[in-house]
Ligand binder design. Sequence first.
Ligand SMILES: CC(C)(COP(=O)(O)OP(=O)(O)OC[C@H]1O[C@@H](n2cnc3c(N)ncnc32)[C@H](O)[C@@H]1OP(=O)(O)O)[C@@H](O)C(=O)NCCC(=O)NCCS
Length: 170
Amino acid sequence: MMDNTLSIRPGDLEDINSIGFLAQQIWPITYGDILSAEQLRYMLNLFYSPASLRKQMVEDHHQFAIVEQEEEPIGFASWSATDKLGVYKLHKLYVLTGQQGKGLGRTLLQYVFETIGSKGAKTLQLNVNRHNKARQFYERMGFAVVKEEDVPIGNNYFMNDYVMEAAVPQ
Ligand SMILES: CC(C)(COP(=O)(O)OP(=O)(O)OC[C@H]1O[C@@H](n2cnc3c(N)ncnc32)[C@H](O)[C@@H]1OP(=O)(O)O)[C@@H](O)C(=O)NCCC(=O)NCCS
């Protein structure tokens, strides 16, 4: 049962600054031992600049969810349909470091599953860095690794990932 100071709501253009602000805090702790400082800065700009977030929301039709404690954003998720019928992609799932391990990741994921499930989704797919311990969280949430891939992201940088999938609870 989620405590009543917490709420989850759809995110929109108004949330671009708080999503960027949260990412600036969470990414260095999450990827500081995995990525070079230059690659981390490059990727934060690539995926979290206001222009990039606006493009994700407006052009790429990524949906966002914001989890808040007393109206203070403490985590977010984003997802979208793929070109494969019934397959959706989870693009982002981030909880403020001090708030991790309290069930918020699970609650955000359940919100995503319910939202896409109501649209007939069958599978949720995601990429996770092969050195990110979040892989264990996703396995706990029912995801399994289906393949490995190295995704070029420009500037000779790559995302060295596992692709994981889970069936959307019907
Ligand atoms: C990954 C993340 C979203 C998980 O959210 P969270 O709120 O910390 O996780 P929850 O408290 O909801 O955990 C749900 C369950 O997974 C388990 N779990 C969470 N993180 C885990 C980990 N790293 N390893 C093993 N189990 C883990 C919890 O123990 C809990 O188990 P339970 O069912 O027995 O209670 C969060 O830790 C985070 O933001 N991490 C940094 C950013 C990141 O890596 N995001 C993913 C990018 S692909």
